[in-house]
Design a protein around this ligand. Structure first.
Ligand SMILES: *Cc1c(COP(=O)(O)O)cnc(C)c1O
Length: 296
């Protein structure tokens, strides 16, 4: 895992120059081909906490293509900890790439029905004779946010006026709000349909902190819902790669880049705005698509 491979990619496009707006992309996906992006940052202090509490195993939750599961498996192994993944849904005959890779990293998988999966407290109870350190689904929590705040310290990000990033649980966005400089505004693009509780969840996470930045969440770029990737999105992702050599994922960053272009074209940003998009990774999830659907 090499944080020095993170870089800034300037985007050159007529839709930007037309509106006198600039856009750079912070390429967290460069950290690693599989364990890329924001999950690495979100996990950092959970693993420290597990070690302080002298736990030998971390346990968490996720679906078959979860970036969080694979990142936890990898990061736990790096930290000398065992890992357990509670996976949503019955065990399939052929494991997803993500789960096969998690097993490679020595994660122990337990499959639970979709119904059981909703009752996380019961699951935790059922394993209570084990001395495990539990991490919420997606790394949700202020500990995750504090790790994500360090995303903005990987390069000098102080000159940007706006920071735009994808939102799932809102933990990364909370971290960006914490880590931002005075005067910056933070825009989150929700990957879910109608997840209007997210604003309050972010405020709850930050209630004991003192963030300088303002934030807003956009709810109209979900493309049909979490994980949905209609043809229009796939075409956009392929075009973005052709034009900018920017690989995007179908769950989060593809929708975010689309949202930025749409907002710029609709004059959502003032002339002279300096935008920074966080490329939060997640490219391994694209392996859920058939071969050759994407050009990269
Ligand atoms: C998990 C994830 C997100 C969302 O992060 P949250 O902290 O859950 O909001 C965004 N982008 C990628 C690539 C992710 O894997």
């Amino acid at each position: 895992m090499d944080l020095r491979s993170i870089e800034i990619q300037p985007i050159e496009a007529k839709w930007l120059t037309d509106k006198h707006v600039s856009l750079d992309v912070l390429r967290l996906d460069k950290i690693d081909a599989v364990v890329s992006g924001n999950k690495w940052f979100k996990l950092k202090y959970y693993l420290v906490q597990a070690q302080v509490e002298q736990k030998r195993t971390v346990a968490t939750f996720g679906g078959a293509w979860s970036n969080h599961i694979i990142a936890t498996a990898y990061a736990a192994r790096e930290a000398g900890l065992k890992s357990v993944g509670i996976i949503r849904g019955e065990k399939p005959t052929v494991l997803s790439y993500t789960l096969a890779q998690a097993i490679e990293y020595n994660m122990e998988l337990h499959f639970v029905s979709r119904d059981q999966y909703k009752r996380k407290e019961e699951i935790i109870q059922s394993f209570s004779n084990n001395d495990w350190f539990w991490i919420d689904e997606g790394g949700y929590g202020i500990t995750g946010a504090k790790g994500a705040a360090e995303i903005l310290k990987t390069v000098d990000t102080r000159s940007y006026s706006q920071i735009v990033a994808a939102v799932g649980t809102g933990t990364m966005l909370s971290g960006l709000i914490l880590g931002s400089s005075r005067g910056q505004s933070i825009t989150g693009i929700s990957s879910m349909k109608g997840n209007t509780a997210i604003e309050q969840q972010i405020k709850d996470l930050l209630k004991n902190e003192n963030p300088q930045a303002t934030f807003e969440i956009k709810h109209e770029y979900h493309f049909g819902g979490y994980g949905k990737h209609p043809h229009q999105l796939i075409t956009f992702i392929n075009d973005s790669y052709d034009k900018h050599l920017l690989p995007l994922d179908i769950v989060y960053t593809g929708k975010t880049f689309y949202a930025i272009k749409d907002m710029v074209e609709n004059n959502r940003f003032q002339t002279g705005s300096k935008l920074l998009m966080i490329h939060s990774g997640g490219l391994q999830g694209n392996k859920s698509l058939a071969n050759k659907v994407l050009v990269f």
